[in-house]
Design a protein around this ligand. Structure first.
Ligand SMILES: Nc1ncnc2c1ncn2[C@@H]1O[C@H](COP(=O)(O)OP(=O)(O)OP(=O)(O)O)[C@@H](O)[C@H]1O
Ligand SMILES: [Mg+2]
Length: 316
């Protein structure tokens, strides 16, 4: 997916100002930025709910402005900021909307609907026949995500899809979403206010301000090298700490000179695959200054707080 000099003007005011960036196929690009910075407008121009006043948007090299909007929208999954379920249809009917439009057989729609409801944590036997008004805000959001995923669209547009769910459910939905996205190789444009969500989900993060693209970079680069004070403030003064989510225990230097038997029995056992953030949390909780790194049964060495400290401060 590619934005080329895309602009949107409302009564002389630019809501989106010459936006250009590429989302590689099968990757997730997260748009972040303050309220009113043009995120939703940018998303809606991809499936032509809003028509750009300048520039072009390409999907697989084809200009969306040359496509028939209804055909275009069937190929693009869309989760809107305020969910937008059909109030007079059941949850199951809502989830089956696009498969129905595509003419799938009834049994296939039913099976897919059930699978997706379970996936987003809504027990099908409890939820399938209810109406949207009988669900909480967070449950409705999950139905919105299930509906967008139903026909395995190659492209998904998601506008703050996990905004109304609690942190624990959000974490689970994010992980499920990442799994499905990798499985299906979906190309995703994702909007959020939450910089932590952007860092976790994004292969690339686009920071917007006043309709303009301020920085477009992989999360690690955004955290290490914010291009200006605005981005630095947006990613937070704890950006070093945030970066720990992107680094694994196996990816940093371990102290291999210490025998395992010499390490405090309080020290947590860490796997090379766990993130440095999880390692830090467990090391602090155990009051040990170190963690014991073990890959299956093999002792690899010791991770120290000072190594983590170096990674927090390291700006390269
Ligand atoms: N129909 C419209 N007419 C005039 N101005 C509009 C219209 N829709 C949006 N805007 C303006 O365009 C700008 C960008 O809006 P947009 O909805 O894209 O912001 P956003 O980044 O998604 O914000 P939020 O984080 O609050 O959802 C805002 O200043 C908004 O007021
Ligand atoms: Mg918005």
């Amino acid at each position: 997916m590619e934005f080329r000099d895309v602009s949107k003007r409302y009564a002389g005011q630019l809501a989106v100002d010459q936006l250009s960036f590429k989302v590689p196929a099968g990757r997730i690009c997260v748009l972040v930025g303050p309220s009113g910075s043009g995120k939703t407008t940018s998303l809606k121009m991809v499936n032509r709910l809003i028509e750009p006043t300048g520039g072009s948007i390409l999907i697989d090299g084809r200009d969306v402005l040359r496509e028939e909007p209804t055909a275009l929208r069937r190929r693009i999954g869309y989760v809107i900021q305020q969910v937008g379920l059909f109030p007079h249809q059941t949850i199951a009917e809502n989830v089956g909307t696009v498969p129905r439009l595509l003419g799938w057989p009834k049994e296939r729609i039913a099976a897919r609907t059930e699978q997706l409801l379970a996936l987003v944590g809504l027990e099908p036997s409890r939820f399938a026949l209810r109406y949207p008004a009988q669900l909480s805000g967070g449950e409705r959001q999950r139905v919105g995500v299930a509906r967008a995923l139903a026909a395995e669209p190659p492209v998904m547009l998601m506008d703050e899809p996990f905004g109304a769910v609690d942190p624990i459910v959000r974490d689970r939905l994010q992980n499920e979403f990442l799994r499905i996205q990798r499985d299906q190789g979906t190309t995703v444009l994702f909007v959020t206010h939450d910089i932590d969500e952007a860092i976790k989900l994004g292969d690339r993060v686009a920071v917007m301000r006043g309709g303009k693209l301020v920085q477009y970079a992989p999360p690690a680069e955004l955290l290490a090298h914010p291009v200006n004070a605005f981005v630095a403030e947006f990613v937070g003064s704890d950006r070093g700490l945030k970066r720990l989510v992107l680094l694994t225990v196996g990816g940093v230097d371990l102290d291999t000179t210490v025998a395992r038997a010499a390490v405090s029995p309080n020290a947590p056992i860490l796997s090379p695959a766990s993130t440095l953030r999880d390692a830090l949390v467990r090391m602090l909780a155990s009051e040990a200054q170190v963690g014991i790194v073990v890959d299956r049964d093999r002792y690899l060495g010791v991770l120290t707080l000072s190594t983590i400290g170096r990674m927090i401060r390291d700006d390269t």
